[in-house]
Each structure stands twice: as structure tokens, then as C-alpha cells.
Ligand binder design. Structure first.
Ligand code: ZN
Length: 385
């Protein structure tokens, strides 16, 4: 038994309670936080002090008019001090964005990856490391810090988030992407005396599902489970069960795009024949009409997935959003017809609300999760003298 560890756990828990009591965009006071949480004012003061030191909260001006009584000690979430940096790699470009716990989102310029992403991982790393290092340097220059870099890739990622096992649309196999990026970002930041944040890689559909769950379709907290379909150059699915992304035993789950819908059909980038991706994905024009054959194939795959996971809502994201109005109705009808439970529960089909930014925003959120769960892991605290 470890009393010290237990005490640490209580403090971590209480830091989370206090943080939750200071909603993004709201100015409150320590007294109000104490009243809302049931913690003593002394405890709240101590916890708020920790969160201020971590760069997550800050004291603001008293929002009440002068003469309205004894001055409160206003407290709010601090914007753009500690951020998570998300990166999405597609066959065409890299997206980079930063988020914080105060609700800010900073979109950095997209990086052209044609043809880097499909020629070699080294070319992709060379193209991306500069803009990432520059974003980290700018954040540190402004008095903040980047807590982590999370990368979303269209492929299977080995447990631990270091290696891309296979990314068919990029032509990548067994790529130690996290190591490659950390080395190159570190080399560039070393020159400025800045410690490089750790890099963690995950599947893009899982990140997009996370973002739609937290910020998009599920943002109001009314949704606990979701099946997210991402159609870009490839096709992937992200599954959210009980508020958590479900990636499977090996992190390989959700590969709906490689579900065989036409046995013996067209050869897929993965080497198999007749995958859903050969019917609806591929390098087709984003604005091109989706054929009835594609809708049919999509319906078969989605109805099967709905039968397996019984989600509350099916979200159509990625390129599908271009066709949202027509597609949601068609997919809704198909699921109503095919999913066994549909007669009783009425599965909802909705277009994603985050558009093509879903994956990069989910990655950025993921990069900040360690600090969100334990504010004592803020890089501003560890950087303190
Ligand atoms: Zn395939």
C-alpha cells in the first residue's frame, strides 16, 4: 500500500474537479468554485495555484462593476499557454493545428506533401518537421509550451503509437514515424535550446471520431457511442463506445474500408479484392457524384457495423460531407432497412460537423490528453526552475 501515491491520486482527481468547475470562456471565482465543488476555499486556493503554475488557469480582472462588494479573485482558463499540436498526414498534404483547454484552436498553414507522402516517409518527415518545430518555437516564444505532438495517419498503427504498420494509400509499411519525427524536430529545436515534445501516432479515423465526439456531433454530451465513417483517398471508421475510442486489441479496429463488399472485385491498394474502398474511396474527385453502386456498398458495410456495435449515431465524415444532404438520407434509409435493431431503436445518421479538419483536431486533442487528465504533467511545470 502506498499512502503517498494515494494522496497524489486524490490531488490529481481534485485538480480535475476544479478544472471542470472553471468552464472554457467563463470567468468565475475561487469562492464560486468552492461552492460548486464542495471543496474548502483553502483547498480550492491551493489547487487553483497549481493550475495557474501549470499554465492552465489564470487570474483575470474582477468582472463585477466597481463597488459591488469585496473584490472576488476571478479565475478563468488561460488561452494558448499549454497546447496540444495535431498533425494529419494524407497522400496530398499535411494539416497542422493547435488546441488548448480554453477552447482555442489555431490552424497552421497546410503543408503540401505531393509527392512526398507517397514517395518516402523521410520526404514526408523532412517536409513536416520544419513547420512543426516552428509552431513549437513560436509557442515557447510567446511564453507557452506544446505538451505533445500527435500525428494522424491513414493506416494501421502499432500499439504504443510509434510505428505505422501499413498505410496503403501512402504506400508505407513498417515506418517508425514517431522516432523519425522526434529526431528531426529535436534537431531543429536544439538550435534554439528548446526541448522537443514527444510524438505519438494514431489512425486518422480514430482521431476524427474523437474530435466529432468531443467537439462536433457529440459535443453537447448527449451521445455516448458513435460510428464515424471517414472517406478520403482511403476509407476508415472510428468507433466510440461509452465515450472512449475503441481501437481493438491491437489498435487495428475500424478498418471498414477493407471490408470486402464485392467478393472477387477490383484489386484494392491493400492487395485484397473488392474492399469497400475500391467502390467508394480511391482517388476519385471529391466533388464527383457518388454512384448508386457505391451507396449500396456503403449501406451493406455500415449496416453490418451497426449490427456489430449498436451505436447511437452514424456520422458521415471526410469527403462524404460534400454529399452530406443526399447521402445521409440514402444511408439512413439503407440502415433502417438492413440493420436488425433498426425497427426498435431508430439509428441516427448525421453528417459530421468538423469537415476535413476532424482528424487534425482530434489529434491535437489527443496530444493534450495527458495534461487534461493530470495537469501536473504540464510542460510549463516541468520547465519551471
Ligand atoms: Zn483493401
Amino acid at each position: 500500500m502506498s499512502t503517498k501515491a494515494d494522496g497524489g491520486e486524490v490531488r490529481r482527481h481534485n485538480l480535475g474537479i476544479v478544472l471542470d468547475a472553471v468552464a472554457p470562456g467563463v470567468v468565475t471565482s475561487r469562492a464560486e468554485v468552492a461552492a460548486a465543488t464542495g471543496l474548502t476555499k483553502a483547498t480550492v486556493s491551493s489547487l487553483v495555484a497549481d493550475l495557474v503554475a501549470a499554465g492552465i488557469l489564470e487570474h483575470g480582472a474582477d468582472p463585477r462593476p466597481p463597488g459591488a462588494g469585496r473584490p472576488a479573485t476571478p479565475v478563468r482558463r488561460r488561452a494558448l499557454a499549454v497546447t496540444g499540436l495535431g498533425v494529419e498526414i494524407t497522400a496530398r498534404h499535411g494539416r497542422v493545428a493547435e488546441v488548448d483547454l480554453a477552447g482555442s484552436v489555431v490552424d497552421h498553414p497546410a503543408v503540401d506533401l505531393t509527392p512526398a507522402a507517397t514517395t518516402s516517409p523521410a520526404a514526408t518527415v523532412a517536409a513536416l518537421a520544419g513547420p512543426i518545430a516552428e509552431a513549437v518555437r513560436a509557442r515557447v516564444g510567446a511564453g507557452g509550451a506544446v505538451a505533445g505532438v500527435a500525428v494522424a495517419v491513414p493506416g494501421l498503427v502499432a500499439p504504443g503509437g510509434r510505428e505505422v504498420v501499413v498505410a496503403p494509400t501512402l504506400g508505407w509499411e513498417d515506418v517508425g514515424l514517431a522516432d523519425l519525427l522526434e529526431t528531426e524536430i529535436g534537431r531543429q529545436l536544439d538550435a534554439h535550446g528548446i526541448a522537443a515534445p514527444a510524438v505519438e501516432v494514431a489512425n486518422e479515423a480514430n482521431d476524427a471520431a474523437l474530435a466529432e465526439f468531443r467537439r462536433g456531433v457529440g459535443h453537447d454530451g448527449g451521445v455516448r457511442s458513435m460510428l464515424y465513417l471517414s472517406v478520403g483517398t482511403g476509407v476508415g471508421a472510428g468507433i466510440v463506445i461509452d465515450g472512449e475510442v475503441f481501437a481493438g486489441a491491437h489498435g487495428f479496429g475500424g478498418e471498414l474500408g477493407h471490408m470486402i463488399v464485392v467478393p472477387g472485385g477490383t484489386r484494392c491498394s491493400c492487395g485484397k479484392r473488392g474492399c469497400l474502398e475500391t467502390v467508394i474511396g480511391g482517388a476519385t474527385d471529391p466533388a464527383a457524384a457518388i454512384t448508386s453502386e457505391a451507396v449500396e456498398a456503403l449501406a451493406v458495410a455500415l449496416a453490418t457495423a451497426v449490427d456489430l456495435f449498436d451505436p447511437e449515431v452514424v456520422v458521415l465524415g471526410g469527403r462524404l460531407q460534400v454529399h452530406a444532404a443526399a447521402l445521409t438520407a440514402a444511408v439512413q434509409a439503407a440502415i433502417d432497412q438492413r440493420a436488425l435493431g433498426a425497427r426498435w431503436v431508430g439509428y441516427r445518421v448525421e453528417a459530421g460537423v468538423l469537415g476535413p479538419r476532424a482528424a487534425v483536431l482530434g489529434a491535437a486533442d489527443r496530444a493534450l490528453d495527458a495534461v487534461r487528465l493530470d495537469p501536473r504533467r504540464s510542460p510549463l511545470l516541468t520547465a519551471a526552475p
